[in-house]
Write a protein that binds this ligand. Sequence first.
Ligand SMILES: C[S@@+](CC[C@H](N)C(=O)[O-])C[C@H]1O[C@@H](n2cnc3c(N)ncnc32)[C@H](O)[C@@H]1O
Length: 237
Amino acid sequence: MSDHGEERLFFGRRKGRPLRAGMQRRVDEDLVPRLVPVETAPANATDPRDWFPQPPRAVWLEIGFGGGEHLAWQAQHNPDIALIGCEPFVNGVASLLRHLDDVEGDRVRIHPDDARDVLDVLAPQSLERIFVLHADPWPKRRHHYRRIIQHETVARFYELLKPGGILRMATDDPGYLVWILARITAHPDFRWTGTSMADFTERRDDWPETRYEAKAKREGRMPAYLEFRKPAQTCQG
Ligand SMILES: C[S@@+](CC[C@H](N)C(=O)[O-])C[C@H]1O[C@@H](n2cnc3c(N)ncnc32)[C@H](O)[C@@H]1O
């Protein structure tokens, strides 16, 4: 059940190998103070800056952070930013908590569940960046409805970004790439930030490799990198 009452289906895995004792202790002790308070946050009206003891300059969101390497890297390299990470896979949450030992300050909040719970509570224009890196491609046609990138989520990302805000996505699945491009280009206002073909095939310097991306490359699948901007001048939410 989501915090707003309706049944919401989640299609990924939440548990993998049992956590080693040290990782389990980390989850038990370190996760609770970092939890996103989705249960009590007002729908469509929550300023995520209020979730941090020192209000950050801006808040970034990563959906499906996997092992958390990218999220922790962004937190380390952007000390004026706070990040929210969503990942229902408990082994990934434990991995992120370990990486956060290297991050200064209390600047990361975690939702160990479906990212859409967080999308629901945030206020319009409350995020500066959204990352959806190598989201599950659900390649079978009958599973396409499970993909996180849908027309509705793209519209919600747009609403949640500040003017000038950035949406970054990546995938190594050609079918999912076409699906993502169809949905993002159907949105009337998102603008591609690239200028050349290299912007699809090369990561920018401030975009570290993720664990899933490294695996895809080892297995011969080359990723596409996608970056879109909400125009800086906009009258819309
Ligand atoms: C293929 S993995 C990629 C992980 C990581 N981004 C990387 O590149 O290494 C996709 C991740 O998205 C997570 N995920 C799937 N659906 C999600 C959802 N609705 N909300 C948050 N995370 C989700 C999965 O648990 C999984 O860890």
